[in-house]
Design a protein around this ligand. Sequence first.
Ligand code: AMP
Length: 395
Amino acid sequence: MKTLNDFNFKNKKAIIRVDFNVPLNDKFEVTDATRIQAAKPTIIKILEDGGSCVLMSHLGRPKGKQDEFSLQHIVAKVKEIIGVNVKFVDDCIGEKVEEAVANLEDGEILLLENLRFYEEEKKGDVAFAEKLSKLGDIYVNDAFGTAHRAHASTTIIAQFFEENKCFGSLLAREIESIDKVLNNSEKPVLAILGGAKVSSKITVIENILDKVDHLIIGGGMTFTFVKAQGGSVGDSICEDDKMELALDILKQAKEKGVQIHIPVDVIAADDFSNTANTQVLDVTEIPDGWQGLDAGPKSLAIFDEVVNKSKTILWNGPLGVFEMESFAKGTIALGHSIDKSTQNGAFSLVGGGDSVAAVKQFGFADKVSYVSTGGGAMLEMLEGKSLPGIEAILK
Ligand code: AMP
């Protein structure tokens, strides 16, 4: 696996695919700069070597060239975070851009305009990728969030750099962290899968059964498993058409010696609302008119024990409707358990959309070993797929 450390960037121009797809408010100010922070180590290494950085990214989902999606809006933030002046050019290919790149001196940064102003980017257009490839001597991919897409700047461009291409430090860490969980893990290995639906996690569950010793299934998925085994789930979210699949997963787990832990009790509510009436109920005895929206105290005690004895922990998906304070306790308690286990030497990886939001919201982001930056990309890796953006560098 080629990384930044395999190159000396002195007098070299690096064309770097970063993920600066950051949220902006209505004044076009960056409201969460985590992704810019995440790209900093790569940029600094190249500048310290004595090279220069040409940064390319997408922002949002523009339809053609739309000013509200211009990367111009984030120039000041990038400058503030990296601590180096940032030049900007209002296009990402063509003469003007090539000229700006030619004028770029060692130690300087140039940010290109939104790649998705061209539909060729998402189409993975070869001619467009070739034009991008002219903007640097070495191609660096540091955008995990888009590594599962065969877009021009994430994948296709790599073919124009025979040897001179590598992973940035963020992407390298993402790959190493997932590898540490899936392939080089210290046992016992635990995966915690929560979230809303079995259907969106099914491929992950199936792939992960070969890799783990324990599997905690929580969140809305719980009820499909409970009902499939004959329990009453009341008005809880449930995918009736996935009940057979749930039984099959339980059977497979048994055959593979994986211990599955499903909540035994829940915080049930009489409405999908933060102010609903609530009661703790046995997960198999939820009457009509009530729905399980969080894991109950007995379940949390069991999960704590499992987390405590695990040496490798993967967490994807909240245990309850954490967006509402009344149903966030399970997710917070799980975060505390993982924090404790990490302090005792376990490796903990959190990733995949909502769980990242949850760990950030509840202050666990720096208490776990690694928080993945790519929701969809992480899920695809957990599903056992190889990602085109990663393959393109390895080729
Ligand atoms: P996912 O994107 O699949 O990880 O699902 C995350 C969503 O699942 C969050 O928005 C949670 O509110 C939701 N969720 C978690 N537990 C439950 C539950 N018991 N009932 C309904 N939704 C839930």
